[in-house]
Design a protein around this ligand. Structure first.
Ligand SMILES: [Fe+2]
Length: 300
């Protein structure tokens, strides 16, 4: 019988600012009542580790409450975001990935890229935030991926990382921080083109989506914590479902995915924090900065 994997992402947990703890508790109860063989966490488990490192330590404590093994890939709120390509003007103002943040992640959670065989499948977890960083770990990850794919044999492969590969198509040239930058896709493109990757799992957008492109099913995990612009008033249409929840996955000959959205969950919409296109309000309420409008607010 195929193993069951619960996919949870973007939990945005914090001891200091526990805005989204309630949904985590509901999730824990559900997992404890019906434990899977593995919980796979898609990143942004911390609320804002680059500005508040204890958030990641707290996320680790929460993951350790799970009644089963777990694995995690890092998100931009765990290790910092990808540096924007040089030809773009970055208006978002988010902390970018650094060696210190990677070191903190590895010390707190474990490896940021890894491979794990489950039944007939191989799952390869990658750190999509390393792409374009120029850090030594970026080259190490590329070598690791080549080795992990070279030894895979006939196993079907699932890749898991924080950011979706693309918005509309693998070959798109648009630069959009919600997905992998076009240049970065060179890391995984040969493996996607080869047809050996049957499944790609990602988080980050806080939208659930399930589309098959070529030989590969691309599944966007929903956030457990919050959505942005549920009404579709200003955020680009990504064809995703703006609801909080998680997924149950079975990897056998077929890929079975069930969406879990229990009535108990609170769906929070943080539109107001994000509408400006800057991360400033998110940073003010989650990070080390003072709240906006107060003395010493660096935005004033
Ligand atoms: Fe994210």
């Amino acid at each position: 019988m195929a193993s069951t994997i619960v996919l949870v992402s973007d939990t945005h947990l914090s001891r200091a600012r526990p805005f989204f703890q309630f949904n985590w508790e509901i999730f824990l109860q559900a997992v404890q009542a019906n434990p899977p063989d593995l919980v796979l966490a898609g990143g942004d488990m911390a609320l804002n580790a680059p500005s508040h490192p204890d958030d990641l330590a707290y996320a680790r404590e929460q993951l350790d409450r799970l009644p089963c093994p777990w694995a995690m890939v890092p998100g931009n709120h765990d290790v910092g975001n990808n540096p924007p390509p040089p030809e773009t003007v970055d208006t978002r103002g988010e902390t970018t990935v650094s060696q210190a943040l990677i070191d903190h992640y590895r010390a707190t959670i474990g490896p940021d890229f890894w491979a794990r065989d489950i039944d007939a499948w191989r799952i390869i977890g990658l750190d999509s935030l390393l792409c374009g960083s120029g850090l030594p770990a970026e080259a190490e990850q590329a070598s690791f991926l080549e080795s992990a794919m070279a030894e895979v044999g006939k196993r079907p492969v699932a890749l898991c990382f924080h950011k979706p590969v693309f918005r509309d198509a693998l070959g798109e040239a648009d630069i959009f921080q919600g997905v992998w930058y076009p240049q970065a896709r060179r890391l995984i493109r040969p493996h996607l083109d080869s047809g050996r990757v049957r499944l790609v799992l990602s988080g980050h957008t806080h939208e659930g989506r399930d589309e098959t492109h070529g030989p590969t099913r691309h599944v966007w995990m929903p956030s457990l914590a919050f959505v942005t612009d549920m009404l579709g008033e200003w955020r680009p249409n990504l064809r995703g479902r703006r609801r909080v929840g998680w997924l149950r996955l079975k990897l056998g000959d077929e890929i079975e995915i069930v969406r879990e959205e229990p009535d108990e969950l609170l769906t929070t919409d943080i539109s107001g924090w994000m509408r400006s296109g800057s991360i400033r309000l998110y940073e003010a309420f989650t990070g080390h900065r003072r709240f906006p409008g107060l003395p010493n607010d660096p935005g004033h």
